[in-house]
Design a protein around this ligand. Structure first.
Ligand code: FUB
Length: 344
């Protein structure tokens, strides 16, 4: 929900109308990436803080410095904060802005994937590992080779191959990589974006190496097509990719989902393989309070859940968000029922 409409909100009423409440309220958390490891839910969120960095369209006010891991014995159970799992000062290559992370498990080892800005001001994606899903995680000395932009989401397919989806436009810098290297020319979030009639920028996908520490191939575009098979256009801001990639698989279909950023929707498309293309199918989540919307989708027992965030606890402060969860339903025709985060 855009920030300019926040002043009209009655937050007491809104919190009552919300379909779910923050999982924790002693810290602010956002961008939840949820997984079930050993029968338990683990959530890897951003840890929002008040940094006093002024608001801008590059997201400089999202100045997060560490990650906490949250666990739950079940979707109904209390959420447990396991404390600091990784701090930016323990990441040799990173300087600031620890944005949306994700995690994966392989052979009993846990991997935390995270974006951060290096001292040159460029976002890269790093990996840190641990013997425990709650950390502490030890960062690799360098970021993943050829990594760029933000919002890693790692998906393990049924054949045991792991893929990273990533990218985000505006403050996430994806538009500055259109020619294969970082283009520092031009100021602001809109420099180097395609014009409205051109194909929208795509999220990226790369298969990971067996040790999950590097890309095993050049990142490729995750193309989202419309019902006629044409790539979504940059001007189609209600549907085009902005940030917050996620992948889940249900009934043999691959569901790629993302945030539309400045129009505040979580949308999805389906395909028949991890690379896509993905045909646009609809919205998963209508706008929440706060500028950003970011989610993950995870199955626990025989039900699916949407993990998301809003800024209702902070009364609309864009960079102080709270992680929530709600049940998600797949319909028989493969669609996902759209979720209204607040009941009128
Ligand atoms: O939390 C910082 C950024 O805000 C994330 O990386 C984006 O997806 C948006 O939620």
């Amino acid at each position: 929900m855009p920030e300019d409409s926040i002043e009209h909100i009655d937050f007491d009423k809104l919190r009552q109308q919300a379909i779910s409440q923050p999982l924790v309220d002693h810290i602010y958390t956002a961008d939840p990436s949820a997984h079930v490891f050993n029968g338990k839910i683990y959530i890897y969120p951003s840890h929002d803080i008040e940094s006093n960095v002024p608001f801008d369209d590059l997201g400089s006010h999202f100045a997060m410095q560490d990650y906490h891991v949250i666990s739950m014995d079940s979707p109904e159970a209390a959420a447990v904060d396991h404390g600091v799992a990784l701090d930016v000062t323990d990441v040799p290559w990173a300087e600031k802005q620890m944005w949306a992370p994700d995690a994966a498990e392989k052979d009993g080892r846990y991997y935390l994937f995270f974006p951060a800005k290096a001292p040159d001001g460029i976002f890269r994606i790093g990996v840190a590992t641990s013997q425990s899903p709650t950390g502490p995680f030890k960062a690799e000395p360098e970021a993943i080779r050829n990594s760029f932009s933000i919002d890693p989401a790692v998906f393990c397919d049924d054949d045991g191959k792991y893929y990273m989806y990533f990218g985000g436009i505006w403050g996430g810098q994806l538009q500055r990589w259109r020619k294969g290297s970082f283009n520092a020319a031009g100021e602001g979030p809109l420099a180097h974006l395609p014009s409205a009639g051109e194909p929208a920028l795509c999220a990226k996908i790369a298969r990971l190496t067996d040790d999950l520490l590097q890309f095993d191939e050049q990142p490729r575009d995750v193309v989202i097509i419309d019902e006629s098979g044409n790539p979504l256009l940059a001007g189609d801001t209600d549907r085009r990719f902005f940030e917050a990639s996620w992948m889940h698989r249900h009934n043999g279909l691959y569901y790629f989902s993302w945030s539309t950023g400045d129009t505040h929707f979580i949308c999805y498309g389906t395909g028949d393989n991890p690379y896509g293309p993905f045909t646009y199918r609809g919205r998963i989540l209508e706008p929440v309070v706060g500028w950003t919307s970011h989610h993950s989708i995870c199955k626990y027992a025989d039900k699916w859940y949407l993990f998301y965030h809003d800024s209702s606890l902070s009364e609309g402060v864009t960079h102080l968000r709270s992680v929530k969860l709600t049940e998600l339903q797949h319909l028989d025709n493969g669609e996902i029922r759209t979720i209204q985060p607040y009941i009128k």
